[in-house]
Write a protein that binds this ligand. Structure first.
Ligand code: NAD
Length: 360
């Protein structure tokens, strides 16, 4: 079966970093016989400029027909004055909800070569390997009622609703337990059950689902403590399960433990296993067009796609190993460069990884 990948480069550095991931994919196809085909579509600001919408119908159709999606990044100052409904980010949110990509996987892995890039002490972060599983299509970002109004005292008031149904909690909990099974079988569920009824239910349902996974050690932690523990002793975590907003915040915190935002991939999965894979960083308008962006997060997103959507663990490991080799050889983009290493641009980093891949 030929794997069909929809490629959405997006805005800013998106096209530059996606081009490097495609070099890696081409190498897997030509040298290792991976049966894969790609088709490109517009999303975000680029789609707005071409079609007047950040989320064209053709893009949705292509993504529906594809087996998985590789995305660069969207957004930039050029589109900030637009109405919310036309902003590049609406394209992403649209895709997540149309394809029901409810399970967001955000690994935070510290490569041994980059220990000095972390702001934390080496002994605290060396060997770090956490997976955050974040619920992506529910919670306070989507709950209704929401809005702004003038209250009885004539004051402006803003309000949002944190709401989760039992079934929404159940499906993300299953997703997290299954991932924990593929790792070190420890799952820490994050909530604020002491204050928020919604997360009290979250804890209750996670415990119920946990009965199906007696081989996974389940624990619970309040979100404020989790934030503290992530910077105090992050290696205590294996898989963390969070709702949408807590995961948004904690995963950025975990990402920074690893030193560079340019290294970290992510996956957003539907129940069918179909997924959208993208680097966790944005479109980096400050460095777009200069050929200096780090393509590794996007290349590792491709590895995640092969592992989680296509059960191609061998190809995924090949890519991960090639990244390690390029780092071992001392190649670094500007965001991760340090003394004794060689600074290279986006394309040269992609080339170094492809060369290492050929030699695997
Ligand atoms: P950002 O992640 O784009 O950039 C933050 C900093 O990290 C910048 O200094 C940037 O140069 C650097 N950086 C990011 N990726 C890098 C890479 N691969 N290599 C080297 N350096 C890198 O975040 P931001 O500046 O807050 O947002 C810029 C735009 O991206 C905004 O329009 C925002 O809405 C959008 N955004 C999009 C996504 C997405 O597409 N998933 C995610 C976050 C932000």
């Amino acid at each position: 079966m030929t794997i069909k990948i929809a490629v959405l480069p997006g805005d800013g550095i998106g096209p530059e970093i996606v081009a490097e991931a495609l070099k890696v994919l081409d190498c897997l196809r030509s040298d290792f016989g991976l049966a894969v085909e790609t088709e490109h579509a517009l999303i975000g600001g680029a789609a707005y400029d071409a079609h007047g919408t950040p989320f064209p119908k053709e893009t949705l159709e292509l993504c529906r027909a594809a087996d998985s999606i590789l995305l660069g990044a969207v957004g930039g100052p050029k589109w900030e004055p637009l109405d919310y409904s036309l902003r590049p980010e609406r394209g992403l949110l649209g895709l997540r909800s149309e394809l029901e990509l409810f399970s967001n996987l955000r690994p935070a892995v510290l490569y041994p070569q980059l220990v000095s890039a972390s702001t934390l002490k080496p002994e605290v972060v060396a060997g770090l390997d956490i997976m955050i599983v974040r619920e992506l299509t529910g919670g306070i970002y989507f709950g209704k009622p929401r809005g702004r109004r003038i209250n009885e005292d004539g004051e402006r008031e803003g309000y949002n609703t944190l709401v989760y149904s039992e079934s929404e909690i159940r499906r993300i909990a299953h997703s997290a337990f299954q991932i924990a099974r593929k790792r070190n079988r420890r799952l820490c569920s994050i909530d604020k059950a002491n204050v928020l009824e919604c997360t009290e239910l979250w804890r209750e349902v996670v415990i119920e689902v946990g009965k199906d996974y007696p081989d996974v050690a389940l624990s619970h932690m309040y979100v404020d403590n989790a934030a503290m523990q992530l910077v105090r002793n992050p290696k205590q975590f294996d898989v963390m399960l969070t709702d949408n907003m807590f995961g948004d915040i904690l995963s950025d915190c975990a990402a920074m433990l690893t030193g560079s935002i340019g290294m970290l991939p992510s996956a957003s999965l539907a129940e069918s296993g179909k997924g959208m894979y993208e680097p966790i960083h944005g479109s980096a308008p400050d460095i777009a067009g200069r050929g200096i962006a780090n393509p590794i997060a996007t290349i590792l997103s491709l590895a995640m796609m092969l592992r989680y959507s296509f059960d191609e663990a061998v190809s995924a490991e090949r890519i991960e190993k090639a990244v390690q080799t390029a780092l071992d050889q001392g190649f670094r983009t500007a965001d991760i460069v340090s003394e004794g290493t060689v600074e290279v641009g986006t394309a040269a980093m992609g080339d170094a990884i492809v060369t290492a891949l050929r030699a695997v």
